[in-house]
Design a protein around this ligand. Structure first.
Ligand code: 6PG
Length: 484
């Protein structure tokens, strides 16, 4: 009998299982395999019962069940496990077959793996899959990149199972070569960190500054979810605030305030340092998780520096509106920074990224899905070469309408000792970005003073470098001029 399997999925943790069930719902025959083989039968006898999903108990059996070119998707932990499976798969697959990594892999690993797998005559895709368990089951956002020749073979499956926007367009399209798919997913996750931190700061001000209860904040997030901030993360925050523990108290108040992280936010910041792009909001979001994780030290520090009165006087309704505007403006900054990062990476790695297309992929299915991404899509549709989101008329107007509230919220939080690192770094970036002249002239003078690092002059063409013998005792020789 001819093999029936359209695709194999390796890894039967929740994301793998749900993707398989989603593919099955869309008429594909999926072969399921797991390193701990007992999980395969367990899956077939439970979640996959009554479906056309096939089980394999070895890689050889899995390969024999697949149509050619074989498509094998890894849904295993990022890192070593991916490399180990690639090695094993190379012994059982044939040239032309396709290996797909659907985990949160580091894009540099994906660049290396694409080259390696292609050198063996096979094709490789590294794809971001966002949306958590629910997304995987009912429609994730999928961001594939790697060997372009693999895309036509994978496209029908991925686009069928992906989330769809209102007009039916799937939240999945080809991102680019090499590690482009995983880079875009990494940036998505960095932005996810930023969005979550912004929401947490709004919550913190409302809770400690305005003294609001979980129920009251639930109402605020409910209202915010019906306007320009409408998004999955605002929606789940609304629901989290309404959730009660067994004793009837809000569950959120019982949760220890130490955040975890699996690394994609950190990678975004590391990459931004490599690219020289200020991803200040995401960086603060990552560091805020680090500060939160220092629970014991914080408890000690709170005794040494006890907080003062952080209650914010004034009309609560007005404050809530100001906080909404501060959040919205900061969010615009975060996305503007994220898009600057992707633009720099595209240049560095020679990826032809479609920025409107990325906004569309993020419009549905993924964790940062929001109405806002529809506005970003429109901005890039109008001007695909938009150098910065802040120059788009819609966002320019939006930022201008929020600035007064944004400054009011940041300055009040600072006065009251409520930490708002993401709100304030967004504002500081905005003020720096819109400054025609920054104090870097003095900085250049300092560099030249102590290290003869040279400077450019306002009254001379760019690219001409000067050195001054500041003390009269220095030499005439400058050090070489370069910027990393
Ligand atoms: C998604 C998420 C997901 C991410 C988790 C955990 O797009 O579905 O971004 O990929 O891994 O949310 O991230 P942290 O543990 O780092 O918060």
């Amino acid at each position: 009998m001819e093999p029936q399997g359209d695709i194999a999925v390796i890894g039967l943790a929740v994301m793998g299982q749900n993707l398989i069930l989603n593919m099955n719902d869309h008429g594909f025959t999926v072969v399921a395999y797991n390193r701990t083989v007992s999980k395969v039968d367990d899956f077939l006898n439970n979640e996959a019962k009554g479906t056309r999903i096939l089980g394999a108990h070895s890689l050889q059996e899995m390969v024999a069940l697949l149509k050619k070119p074989r498509r094998v998707m890894l849904m295993v932990k990022a890192g070593k496990a991916v490399d180990e499976f690639i090695e094993q798969l190379l012994t059982v697959l044939e040239p032309g077959d396709i290996i797909i990594d659907g985990g949160n892999s580091l894009f540099e690993d994906t660049i290396r793996r694409v080259k390696y797998v292609e050198s063996k005559g096979l094709l490789y895709i590294g794809t971001g899959v966002s949306g958590g368990e629910e997304g995987a089951r009912h429609g994730p956002s999928i961001m594939p990149g790697g060997s372009p020749a693999a895309w036509p073979h994978v496209k029908p499956i991925f686009q069928a199972i992906a989330a769809k926007v209102a007009d039916g367009t799937p939240c999945c399209d080809w991102v680019g070569e090499g590690g482009a798919g995983h880079y875009v997913k990494m940036t998505h996750n960095g932005i996810e960190y930023g969005d979550m931190q912004l929401i947490c700061e709004a919550y913190h001000i409302m809770k400690d500054g305005l003294g609001m209860s979980a129920d009251e904040m639930h109402e605020v997030f409910k209202a915010w979810n019906e306007a320009e901030l409408q998004s999955y993360l605002i929606e789940i925050t609304r629901d989290i605030l309404a959730k009660r523990d067994e004793d009837g108290a809000p569950l959120v108040d019982k949760i220890l305030d130490t955040a975890g992280q699996k690394g994609t936010g950190k990678w975004t910041v590391i990459s931004s340092q490599e690219m020289g792009i200020p991803i200040t909001l995401i960086a603060e979001a990552v560091y805020s998780r680090c500060v939160s994780a220092m629970k014991d030290l914080r408890v000690q520090a709170a005794k040494v520096f006890p907080p003062g009165n952080c209650k914010i006087p004034g009309d609560r309704k007005r404050w809530i509106d100001d906080i909404r505007k501060a959040l919205y403006a900061s969010k615009i900054i975060s996305y503007a920074q994220g898009y600057m990062l992707m633009r720099a990476a595209a240049q560095q790695y020679a990826w032809n990224l479609n920025y409107g297309g990325i906004a569309l992929m993020w419009r549905g299915g993924c964790i940062i899905r929001s109405a806002f991404l529809g506005d970003i899509k429109k901005a890039f549709d109008k001007n695909p070469d938009l150098p910065n989101l802040l120059f788009d008329p819609f966002f320019k107007k939006a930022i201008k309408s929020c600035t007064r509230s944004w400054r009011k919220v940041v300055s009040t939080a600072v006065k009251k000792g409520i930490p708002v690192p993401a709100f304030s770094t967004a504002l500081a970036f905005f003020d720096g970005f819109r400054s025609e002249r920054l104090p870097a002239n003095l900085l250049q003078a300092q560099r030249d003073y102590f290290g003869a690092h040279t400077y450019e002059r306002v009254d001379k063409p760019r690219g001409e470098f000067f050195h001054t013998n500041w003390t009269g005792t220095g030499g005439r020789v400058a050090s070489s001029t370069y910027t990393v």
